[in-house]
Design a protein around this ligand. Structure first.
Ligand code: NAI
Length: 714
């Protein structure tokens, strides 16, 4: 048999065939076309073999089984006709199905990750065993790409695991751990890795004795045993949950649900054919393309070191000091502690420091299953966190992050005090959201060791970190800051210094335009609705309340000073701040709030303030509002690219999705702009000529409109 080397067939214990998957191209097994072809050859061989008692499929990679299908190969077929996609699914499924037809029991031995196509392959086997020591993750993440399992996952999961479990796994897209896998009935045995093969063989011997595997094969080939009433109830509940989770914006989970419900009464072959048809409908859709784009954005981000030079290595951050125990300082400390890095926390105000320490400890010791603090964790983390009362205690840290009041003079005074105390190779960083890093570095002895590490609020939830490169920041400092951010689980992008850096600079035209729309006669409700319909997690007016109107006012001033030609200093914001309406934190902003976390309700007092600044009575369609909110953002992105604020267009999209929740199903701002095309955007901007510079097509956009170039081709 020709052997391309992706897997090896051997014999154990006299009569047990063992197929070991060990893709030589990387650290994990990926189901590429070539791998499937080799699997086919091995199945041909196994079908002919005599005297085999059972088959074990296992991984030759430590800690990982199969991470899924080869997504790059998938994407190469993105424009293929539906019939071809359907055919590809049918072929893959029928190949896996042969595992359930071999004349002996088949068992998958799962270590670590087993997702997507890997999860399907495992389910086509008669039984599964799992390792208890590797970090097992079993699941169907296809819906996260706007797809559904296409190699029989929706056929096999409901029949082997039960319809309710299958719905949860397939429509939710989240992986489960070994214990959940056991209680779901997915696995027969949970053992340490070194006992996995022996356990699989034991399962085969037991099955040979009981013959249960043959009975199960028969059952699983037929329809699902469930009454119409049960089926109807399950379908309605699941549909409501999906609607709640997706807001109706993501069609794949609902399509997967409908498919499994409709095929419940059919045999496995009919259900399989229906699955291939449903998959072909989703494949290549605009949402599938957007979500694939996010997959690639994230993948690229994981591999990016933040610098282009190969000869510079990131330093290792083994201890961190944070000054400023407020909202941001607490978030940064908690994220760092969770990676078991020791942290020193300081604050000028003793009460703020003790409050900060206790808030951090309650966050890091929170146990999801207990829904409360875990005493063991609290003790462990308390040992890693120290409250510093004098600067000298911060000095030994490899990285000092400053998160004090947004005032350049106060920040600089702190740097002047701390810099002489630090180790020569220590990095000093600011979490400033608006002050230029180059300006803050003035007066430093080692400006090359200084950068911005800009987290987003709330740190616990927002994956983005902007690493800001000042004029004198060294490559090594940037690489080290990027590596630290990744180590604590964030997705860092490197941004060159400038007003608003990347995300706030893009957000400002959008926020600005929302207030201008109000002044032109649009209703707050209509603006909020249009932004949410577009897919934003909240409307821009609510966002003002969440950010804080004083903060927004200050950031707006910074932008106004930098870009007076296109920033409008709206009197609405100033009036709200003057009236003490600072947003959610003060209980009142554009809306009224019962507490600092609750939802806002309409407030006549705010409406009265806003009303005084309405100067026109223009009527707007939802589409006009959407265009006025989002097209100026695209224009700002072209200026950002022109000024080389980021190293790659993809950073713009990743920044907005991970920093402010720009709708993932649109694939990012520039991905969305590419679906419209530059010429169309120029056309859509025409009605806004009277708005002046802020809605005027930029030279880059005009050039792109002329040549037909796309942002993603840059
Ligand atoms: P905060 O007001 O919640 O906390 C600041 C803390 O710093 C207070 O506890 C205060 O006592 C302390 N502090 C002030 N001056 C000090 C000094 N000279 N020495 C030691 N401690 C001092 O502020 P927040 O929101 O945490 O912001 C901190 C920094 O993070 C600012 O630069 C802000 O622009 C930036 N930032 C804020 C975001 C937000 O959404 N709040 C988002 C991203 C960045």
């Amino acid at each position: 048999m020709a052997d391309a080397g992706y897997m090896k067939l051997s014999t154990e214990d006299g009569d047990i065939a063992v197929l070991t998957l060990d893709d030589p191209r990387g650290s994990a097994n990926v189901l590429s076309r070539a791998v499937l072809e080799e699997l086919e050859k091995n199945l041909n061989e196994l079908e002919k073999r005599q005297g085999v008692a059972g088959l074990v499929i296992r991984s030759g990679k430590p800690g990982v089984f199969i991470v899924g299908a080869d997504i790059r190969e998938f994407v190469a077929n993105i424009d293929a006709p539906k019939a071809q996609i359907e055919e590809m699914c049918n072929t893959g499924r029928k190949l896996f199905q042969r595992l359930s037809k071999l004349p002996f029991p088949t068992v998958t031995a799962i270590v670590g990750q087993c997702v997507g196509g890997g999860a399907e392959l495992a389910l086509w086997c008669d039984r599964r065993v799992m390792s208890s020591d590797s970090k097992a993750a079993y699941g169907f993440p296809e819906v996260k790409l706007g797809l559904l399992p296409g190699w029989g996952g929706t056929v096999r999961a409901p029949r082997v695991l039960g319809l309710s479990n299958a719905i949860e796994l397939v429509t939710g897209g989240e992986s489960i751990d070994a214990h959940a896998a056991k209680s779901m009935g997915l696995i027969s045995d949970l053992v340490p890795s070194e006992q996995l093969l022996a356990s699989a063989i034991k399962v085969i011997r037991a099955e040979q004795k009981s013959g249960q595997w043959k009975k199960d094969r028969e059952t699983w080939n037929g329809p699902i045993d469930m009454s119409d009433t049960e089926l109807g109830f399950l379908g309605a509940t699941a549909s409501a949950m999906i609607q709640g989770a997706t807001g109706g914006k993501y069609p794949a989970p609902q399509a997967a649900l409908e498919l499994m419900m409709e095929a419940a009464g059919a045999d496995a072959d009919t259900a399989g054919a229906a699955e291939a048809k449903a998959m072909a409908q989703l494949f290549g859709s605009p949402i599938n393309r957007s979500l694939l784009n996010i997959f690639f954005l994230t993948d690229r981000n994981k591999k990016d070191t933040g610098i282009d030079r190969k000869d510079v290595k990131a330093g290792e951050i083994k201890s961190v000091a944070v000054i400023g125990a407020g909202i941001m300082g607490q978030g940064i400390v908690a994220a760092t502690l969770k990676r078991r890095l020791p942290v020193m926390l300081a604050d000028a105000v003793p009460a703020a420091l003790s409050k900060g320490v206790s808030q951090v400890l309650s966050e890091v010791s929170f146990d999801k299953t207990k829904r409360g603090p875990d005493a063991k964790k609290a003790v462990e983390f308390a040992g890693l966190l120290n409250a510093a009362t004098v600067d000298a205690e911060l000095a030994p840290a490899d990285l000092v992050i400053e998160a004090i009041v947004e005032n350049p003079e106060v920040k600089k005074q702190f740097y002047a005090r701390i810099e002489p105390l630090l180790k020569d190779d220590a990095i000093l960083a600011s979490n400033t959201s608006t002050i230029p890093i180059t300006k803050l570095a003035e007066g430093l002895k080692r400006p090359d060791k200084f950068c911005g590490i800009h987290f987003f609020n709330p740190v616990r939830k927002m994956p983005l970190v902007e690493v800001i490169r000042g004029a004198k920041t060294s490559d090594e400092t940037v690489a080290t800051a990027v590596a630290y951010a990744k180590n604590i689980g964030k997705s860092p992008i490197v941004v060159n210094d400038g007003p608003g850096f990347l995300v706030n600079r893009l957000l400002l035209p959008y926020m600005n335009e929302a207030l201008e729309l109000i002044s032109d006669g649009a209703e707050v409700k209509a603006i909020e609705k249009a932004a949410k319909e577009f897919g934003m997690p909240m409307g821009p007016i609510t966002l003002y309340d969440v950010v804080g109107l004083d903060t927004a006012f200050y950031a707006g001033r910074v932008m106004y000073e930098a870009f007076p030609d296109r920033t409008v200093a709206s009197p609405i914001l100033a009036a709200m701040v003057k009236a003490g309406r600072l947003g959610q934190k003060s209980g009142a902003g554009f809306f009224a709030y019962k507490d600092s976390k609750g939802r806002g309700t309409p407030d006549p007092a705010a409406e009265a303030i806003v009303k005084t600044y309405v100067r026109k009575e223009q009527k707007f369609t939802p589409e006009q509002i959407t265009h006025r909110l989002f097209l100026p953002m695209v224009l700002e992105a072209t200026r950002i690219l022109e000024a080389k604020v980021v190293r790659d267009v993809r950073d713009v999209d990743l920044g907005l999705i991970f920093g402010v929740g720009f709708p993932p199903y649109k694939g990012g701002l520039l991905h969305w702009a590419d679906t419209l095309g530059a010429a169309k955007i120029v056309e859509l901007l025409k009605p806004f000529e009277s708005l002046g510079e802020r809605a005027k097509p930029t030279p880059m956009l005009l050039e792109m409109a002329k040549t037909g170039q796309k942002f993603y081709d840059m």
